[in-house]
Write a protein that binds this ligand. Sequence first.
Ligand SMILES: Nc1ncnc2c1ncn2[C@@H]1O[C@H](COP(=O)(O)OP(=O)(O)OP(=O)(O)O)[C@@H](O)[C@H]1O
Ligand SMILES: [Mg+2]
Length: 258
Amino acid sequence: MNSGILEIQDLEKKFGGLRAIDGLAFAVSEGQIKSVIGPNGAGKTTLFNLITGVFPPTRGRFTFAGKTLNGLKTHEIARLGISRTFQNLELFANMSSLENVMLGCHPHTRAGIFRAGLRLPGVRQEEKKIREMALEELRFMGLEERAFLGAKSLPLGEQKLLEIARALATQPKLLLLDEPAAGLNIRETETLSESILRIRKRGITVMLVEHDMSLVMGISDEVLVLNYGRKIAEGTPREVQRNPEVIAAYLGEEAGNA
Ligand SMILES: Nc1ncnc2c1ncn2[C@@H]1O[C@H](COP(=O)(O)OP(=O)(O)OP(=O)(O)O)[C@@H](O)[C@H]1O
Ligand SMILES: [Mg+2]
């Protein structure tokens, strides 16, 4: 087993009197697909917000590839190689699919937004490079033919894949997916599942928050179960599916008997 690319110790997040994350500790091994499941309000999105620096924890430490994440800003965490998608799609409606993915490329190019604004030499070439990188990610997600269509004109399933393409454009080491299958039909979920497996093949570590249990149990190496911000189980899909506490809190009797 590899050591953890992401290690979390004694993590706590309070919102007023509510402990959304409560003494959480776990590790994610490099190259694995690790899912986080649990009832609504269990703290799954909060966990992603903490990892990506949206807000600070009230307690606890996290390290990524040996570097501590505490105190870093979202863009600094992104630059270290952590990228995410959002539970509520955050695509830019007035931009094409390609432009949306190009936005994801920026942290890695030398000519930043500042230089681009000034139209300094080298910017045209830089733009071309960004365009090619973005097209490459669209191709990877099977959306090449959608490049010049408005992002919001795509069916929901493709918008979800597009958001993943944008996250991949940052060339992350760790990709956090927050309910990528929500609202998708069976065929779209199948495409998504294959895409996530191909992402792992690229060597990218994936954390998946999802309510679709057949997706989670089908592709995860390990599953972490949260309830009221606390870890109630962690293990292989088989192990957590049989765990009585998990069945009681989340999966229900049918899953236990399956
Ligand atoms: N920014 C915030 N301010 C105050 N409370 C918050 C904030 N974000 C989340 N919470 C609360 O923290 C708890 C955990 O919320 P979170 O969104 O992390 O749950 P979740 O597991 O992602 O649920 P779901 O499956 O419905 O997406 C909830 O009680 C929620 O109301
Ligand atoms: Mg959530």
